[in-house]
Design a protein around this ligand. Sequence first.
Ligand code: AMP
Ligand code: FE
Ligand code: FE
Ligand code: ZN
Length: 291
Amino acid sequence: MSGAKPMSRAGNRFADLHLHTRFSDGTYTPEELAGQAKLHGLAAVSLTDHDTIEGCAATAAACAAVGIEFITGSEFTAELDGNELHILGYYLDTTDARLLSAMHQFQTVRQQRIQEMVSRLNSLGVDLTSESVMAVANCKSPGRPHIGRALVQAGICATVDEAFERFLKKHRPAWVPKFKISATDSIALIHSSGGVAVMAHPGLNRMDEAIPELVAAGLDGIECYHTKHTPAVSERYAALARRLGVLITGGSDCHGYTKGTPLMGTVKLPYQYVTALAARAGRSAGWSENH
Ligand code: AMP
Ligand code: FE
Ligand code: FE
Ligand code: ZN
């Protein structure tokens, strides 16, 4: 079938290029994500779970079933000059050996971190097992929210927020630092698996002065539109992206019910930016790509 849409409809089509599922720290299943995207009238979505592509195949299938274009993605936990930042990779080749090996390393380190944090909890007298955390997580890329949920399930904390306040926040007694790939290595890794590298939510990082350096290292775009960017902040980053000659992207960063009300629908990226993103990856945008 023809995936081409008349140009006149392009202005009515929107995407959300930053979404999480239960394959990292979100709550949606792939089917729930696709169903919500349909309800919000989105034409295209990308799944950007943290340090994993585990949910991409199932989410692609769920999106195809409801006629939504799916773009493979991941959100890499990265570091530059000692500061954490997140780099989004789009149009990754999910069969690429180097990508799969790097993902395996990130996930192994995350699983070891869970064990270390549980050991710290145990030495504080908290009765929790890493198996119970991994059962809650039920994915390859576990994080602190899963420990929080396990603490709530065990009746040790009333809420996940309480678990973070008492134990899990940075410098709290069970906190263990997280492995981060260098930002430039993450960009190279994304490129070597055919992908496009975009700096996530720069408004949350206070690293604006490093953006030109990242562009020089190959960064392809900036996530200008994000739930936590005010309109003024979004426009400032869009102007910066234009000045630096890089792509503009956007997404809600919806984690389902992890952080209260689901955020899908709060950012609706005009479809023209998806077309530009696809072109950068040497791909063509369109729903028929899934078939
Ligand atoms: P991790 O990958 O283990 O560092 O966990 C990161 C996740 O924990 C993100 O989804 C954050 O939103 C969540 N998180 C960080 N700080 C808090 C907090 N104080 N309360 C609840 N969730 C938090
Ligand atoms: Fe997250
Ligand atoms: Fe992020
Ligand atoms: Zn995110």
